[in-house]
Write a protein that binds this ligand. Structure first.
Ligand code: FEO
Length: 405
């Protein structure tokens, strides 16, 4: 296994996890755990990999230097997908200094037996010179996304190692953005942002502002998952700013499940009305989440750049359909309506008894920060021609509202 040179003396020495398909509710086609080897007069390794990937990290490092010659470990984040190799590394390198935040020291002791680990606590502005024009600077990034998180910056090469921020969950043979293309890189980053970063938007903006005030020029962004941004670093940083400010398109996402086709017919009628007004529409049938586009984590990035979201469900035992309840629970946690600009929406559905689901969905939409623009539309059993026309008209009305936002 080989490391990959990023610039002279800086290497990707991470692990590719081709097989992972679920990571705390996020469906993914594999991922990478990126570790970075910096070789000056002294040698540093930034981050590592999930437990079980020790040999990939050590072998890739070995393709450049003897791993026993590593002088410093830099731990930007304690989560196990970036620290799982530390027990093996600290065993191989007894007493090796581990640079991390104070919160990381507390977190590591809860995850590992850290007896004998030689922590060097850093705060923002601290630096570590490796010689040969390689100076690492540290920037604490608490709650971006864990209390322990920090960024590392290689000053001379203007490379930012922000750990999870700007990452993407993909497993590829390519290591760089220009190898998989800008569109694919940003699409994968949007999914990552939508599922993990939305609630942190104010912190993202504050941190980027801080980076700007420090005058840190960034040529390359080297996150801890996915490809490295060397050609489109400005685009990913700009996208993070836009997503965090809630910039969205004239687009509506319709999310629903259906029992016998009634809620499905309503969803498609709303879509027709929206399309007549020239609105981009994404129609997302939840179902079991196994088919492309039907899993909650594939739908959230669509919501991220939409101005409107409609959620539909049949009433089942006086509750939402289970798939819809799952989605709404996820959406409430992310709160996409609380980004910088408002999102609007409403609930719809069918029932064969007393109904009531739309009230539950409406409450959840509000909890997710969505401005609910009507009380929702609920039909008994199956929508008739008049009710379908009403749904289409509501779609047109919503389309006009979207265009006025
Ligand atoms: Fe917060 Fe990729 O772990």
């Amino acid at each position: 296994m080989k490391a990959v040179e990023i610039v002279k003396g800086v290497y990707w020495a991470g692990a590719i996890d081709w097989n992972i398909r679920d990571y705390h509710g996020y469906t993914l086609p594999g991922t990478t755990y990126n570790a970075y080897l910096i070789v000056g007069d002294k040698i540093a390794l930034i981050d590592s990999a999930y437990p079980g990937f020790d040999s990939q990290i050590i072998e890739r490092v070995s393709s450049i230097v003897d791993p026993k010659k590593i002088d410093y470990l830099i731990a930007n984040h304690i989560e196990k997908d970036h620290s799982g190799t530390l027990p093996a590394l600290t065993k191989m390198l007894p007493g090796v200094p581990i640079y991390c935040t104070e919160n990381a020291v507390k977190g590591f002791s809860k995850h590992y037996d850290t007896a004998g680990w030689n922590f060097k606590v850093v705060t923002s502005g601290d630096t570590l010179s490796l010689g040969k024009g390689k100076t690492l600077a540290f920037l604490e990034a608490p709650l971006l996304h864990w209390p322990d998180s920090m960024f590392t910056y290689l000053a001379e090469e203007k490379i930012l190692f922000p750990n999870d921020a700007f990452g993407q969950h993909i497993a590829t043979s390519q290591r760089f953005d220009d190898e998989i293309g800008k569109e694919e890189s940003l699409k994968q980053a949007q999914k990552f942002y939508g599922n993990l970063i939305i609630p942190l938007a104010p912190r993202v903006l504050k941190k980027l502002d801080e980076v700007g005030k420090l005058g840190l020029e960034i040529k390359i962004v080297a996150p801890s998952h996915g490809i490295i941004w060397r050609s489109y670093a400005g685009d990913i940083i700009g996208s993070y700013v836009n997503w965090s400010r809630g910039v969205s398109k004239n687009k509506a996402t319709i999310v629903y499940d259906t029992m016998h086709g009634s809620t499905d017919a309503m969803a498609k009628a709303f879509a027709e009305g929206l399309m007549e007004e020239g609105i981009e529409v994404k129609v997302c049938l939840l179902k079991d989440g196994k088919a492309e586009g039907t899993h909650r984590s594939n739908i959230v990035p669509e919501v991220l750049d939409s101005k409107a979201i409609l959620v539909g469900s049949p009433t089942l035992q006086n509750q939402m359909y289970p798939t819809v309840a799952d989605f709404m629970s996820y959406l409430k946690g992310l709160e996409p309506g609380k980004l910088g600009r408002k999102k609007i929406g409403f609930a719809f559905g069918s029932h064969g008894g007393h109904g009531g689901t739309i009230k539950l969905i409406t409450d959840d939409l509000k909890a997710a920060g969505i401005e609910v623009v009507n009380d929702g539309i609920e039909v008994y059993y199956k929508p008739d021609r008049k009710e379908i026309e009403r749904c289409t008209e509501l779609g047109r009305e919503l389309g006009r509202k979207i265009k006025s936002m």
